[in-house]
Design a protein around this ligand. Structure first.
Ligand SMILES: [Zn+2]
Length: 303
């Protein structure tokens, strides 16, 4: 730059620069104020919903899990009273009643879904799962409703094919339908990988088509699983294999550990002729243990 430009214009540029600086500062302040007023509250809301939706997405599970774990304790008191009763995406009423879960579903690791038999929590919740679909009676749904209980139904195609309308009534009432294979083959874990995957993906596709919701949980027939089953479940879009630690069976409760229901237990029941007596055994144990029945999907933030 030519040196003589500086001494030639000493005073005026300095004033211009000062004036320009004032304008820039004012503009910056105004911009900041606008952001604060207009967009200020949005990041909090966006963050929260992003966290919720990424927790329900398969790929974002790792990041969401970490964030949710660290965020949960500090946000719990503030968000508990204002937790929405109705999910804006699904229109479903949450069964949590404002409870903020203290457990986060582990992510898919090494291509395999996690396996749950209970939730390691001291929160006073218990989860009911009802399997198969061999017996179909409207009175069973009415009984669940009468007791104010929502359950996760693990249904197999072989039992429910041609009866999708019957089970849609459960969805309409706020229950959720999960994946329990196409054929309910009790030798499932010994099948070739392609067949294992076809059993899981086929039922997920069926449920998506007839119930308008793709399942997020898988339960193998009879309960046993292998690493290949965990991998196939992940490839079919499942987020966990869900087994159990307690059963309502043959009109009484059966426990794998202890002799009462514990917080976080996942309970297995079936649509069988003895459904009313099984449910009565469950509700008796649940009330004795002071536990609230909530949907596992609500508790884990997967829809
Ligand atoms: Zn079964």
């Amino acid at each position: 730059m030519p040196r003589h430009f500086h001494p030639a214009t000493p005073a005026t540029p300095a004033r211009w620069i000062a004036l320009a600086a004032v304008v820039v500062v004012l503009a910056a302040l105004a911009f900041g104020a606008l952001r604060f007023l207009g967009a200020g509250p949005a990041p909090t809301g966006t963050d929260r919903s992003a966290l919720t939706s990424s927790a329900t997405g398969a790929s974002g599970a790792t990041a969401a899990a970490g964030r949710a774990t660290s965020a949960a304790p500090s946000t719990a008191p503030a968000s508990a009273p204002s937790a929405p009763a109705v999910d804006p995406k699904t229109g479903r009423h949450s069964t949590l009643g404002g409870l903020v879960p203290d457990y986060v579903l582990p992510p898919i690791e090494n291509g395999m879904v996690p396996v749950l038999t209970r939730i390691p929590t001291e929160q006073k919740v218990v989860f009911l799962t009802i399997d198969d679909g061999a017996v179909k009676r409207e009175s069973d749904l009415a009984l669940l409703e009468k007791n104010g209980i929502k359950a996760s139904l693990f249904l197999a195609h072989t039992f429910i094919a041609g009866h999708s309308d019957f089970y849609r009534a459960y969805l309409d009432a706020g229950h959720l339908i999960e994946d329990h294979t196409m054929t309910h083959n009790l030798g499932f874990i010994n099948l070739p990988y392609d067949q294992v995957k076809a059993e899981i993906c086929g039922m997920a596709d069926y449920e998506q088509k007839y119930f308008g919701r793709r399942p997020v949980f898988f339960r193998p027939p009879g309960g046993p699983y292998t690493m290949a089953v965990r991998q196939a479940a992940a490839e079919c879009g499942m987020k966990a294999i869900v087994d159990w630690e307690a059963k309502a069976n043959a009109e009484s409760m059966q426990y794998q550990v202890g002799d009462t229901l514990r917080p976080g237990d996942i309970v297995l029941m079936h649509f069988r002729p003895e459904f009313p007596a099984d449910l009565a055994a469950f509700t008796k144990a649940q009330k004795a243990a002071g536990l609230k029945v909530v949907l596992l999907e609500d508790y884990l933030g997967v829809k």
